[in-house]
Design a protein around this ligand. Structure first.
Ligand SMILES: [Zn+2]
Length: 181
């Protein structure tokens, strides 16, 4: 687990309950370099929780809007990246976090990691996305299975999982549109 900077620990400690206004984060507050827009974050050392600061406060209410945010982040990655877009109660973007990066022995897209980051971000809802470096965005059986587990786990802890997008070859598939979310 990455060690948050003291400032972010403080802001989490005083974070208001869900539903109250959340003070905007002055990202990046943790001193780490921000990822360049349109480029997946470099997480060779750290497998997860590379924060992608976003000033985008639009509502992400449909898959097209989500794709507009995550396709530039994931499109050029040569390994599988799982990104979770954290949203407030009005489905506006709080931040996007690279939760995990695929490797040979990966436990990719673990509901535990996604929901841990969502709770730490004080998110009311989350959209999950990952890429297929092969270029084929067709979700695998595993993708469908893990999506159901993430949705179910989100229900238990009170984080609404709105969608799961699979990105590949410059296009994407929405698992919500397929009725799996
Ligand atoms: Zn997949």
């Amino acid at each position: 687990m990455p060690r948050p900077a003291p400032s972010s620990v403080t802001s989490r400690a005083v974070a208001p309950a869900r539903g109250e206004p959340v003070a905007p984060r002055t990202a990046p507050s943790d001193g780490r370099p921000a990822a360049a827009p349109g480029r997946p974050p470099d997480c060779a050392r750290c497998r997860r929780a590379v924060r992608v600061p976003t000033t985008d406060r639009d509502r992400l209410d449909d898959p097209e809007a989500v794709a507009g945010l995550v396709v530039p982040l994931l499109g050029a990655a040569d390994r599988e990246h799982c990104v979770a877009v954290m949203l407030d109660t009005k489905h506006r973007v709080l931040e996007a976090i690279t939760v995990s990066v695929g490797s040979l022995d990966h436990t990719f897209m673990s509901p535990r990691e996604i929901l841990r980051d969502a709770l730490l971000a004080n998110a009311a809802a989350v959209v999950v996305a990952h890429n297929h470096p092969s270029g084929d965005p067709e979700p695998s059986r595993d993708d469908e299975r893990v999506t159901r587990r993430i949705v179910e786990a989100g229900r238990v802890v009170g984080v609404e999982v709105l969608d799961h997008l699979v990105v590949g070859g410059g296009t994407w598939v929405s698992l919500a549109r397929r009725g799996l979310v």
